[in-house]
Write a protein that binds this ligand. Structure first.
Ligand code: URA
Length: 234
């Protein structure tokens, strides 16, 4: 593929921008500067540098973020910062989207990609992907609340009760809840309907994929083959 097209596909700007970047000596492939934007470069296993920053060619981008409090899952946030501000510009420019959403005050595992079918696969409620939430509640959790969450609670605008796939106590004011849908404010609304209130929410796991303990809050990393396999293992 022509080098300028490769850079464009990886989010380094318009073809014109990429052409200028290459002509100005900003791009190295296998350690050597290439200043011909039309040079034919094989994409398989390609690693390159842009302005000294190493990159690997990826046909599609798959990544995870350890989402902090105070960020909205929107490109045009209204009240807080955007989660996209935590990603490098080329990823934002190549159009990665979050796979589902977490509320501004929810923390934890959030996936991003520019692969449309992947977003649909992992955010569609129909696929029943389990999402694990650690819930911190305002009031002590009692057995009746747990029973109600397991049996199903009625949410406004939902025709039938919504049940947790699993729900267990996690300390005096805590729950570990698994849901398979992706409804708006689902966990907060379910816990409220069961007679308590969420004051802290963290998602440590989607499908079989857990947030790695060594990924600091606010940091992202690529998903590798193992991560993608784990995601599907549940
Ligand atoms: N349920 C919620 O209520 N909020 C989230 O951020 C995720 C699930």
């Amino acid at each position: 593929m022509q080098l300028e097209r490769i850079l464009q596909s990886q989010g380094f700007g318009s073809r014109k921008d990429c052409r200028a970047l290459i002509r100005n000596g900003g791009v190295r492939v296998a350690g050597a500067e290439i200043d011909d934007p039309f040079a034919d470069v094989a994409t398989e296993g390609l690693s390159f540098e842009v302005l000294g920053e190493p990159w690997i060619y990826r046909e599609k981008a798959y990544l995870m973020l350890n989402k902090p409090v105070g960020y909205e899952c929107s490109r045009e946030p209204r009240h807080h910062r955007s989660v996209f501000a935590l990603l490098p510009d080329p990823l934002v420019r190549r159009g990665v989207q979050s796979v589902g959403r977490l509320d501004e005050d929810t923390t934890g595992l959030l996936l991003f990609t520019d692969d449309g079918p992947f977003i649909h696969r992992w955010s569609s409620g129909k696929k029943k992907t389990p999402k694990v939430y650690e819930v911190h509640t305002k009031h002590g959790v009692d057995d009746e609340q747990i029973q109600r969450l397991r049996a199903g609670v009625l949410l406004i605008d939902e025709p039938t009760p919504v049940a947790a796939a699993a729900c267990e106590r996690n300390g005096e004011c805590g729950l570990r809840l698994i849901v398979t849908e992706g409804k708006y404010h689902q966990v907060k609304r379910m816990v409220a309907a069961a007679g308590n209130r969420v004051i802290g929410l963290h998602r440590p796991q989607i499908g079989g994929l857990s947030l790695p303990p060594d990924l600091p809050v606010g940091q992202w990393r690529w998903l590798d083959e193992d991560d993608l396999a784990q995601l599907a293992q549940y």
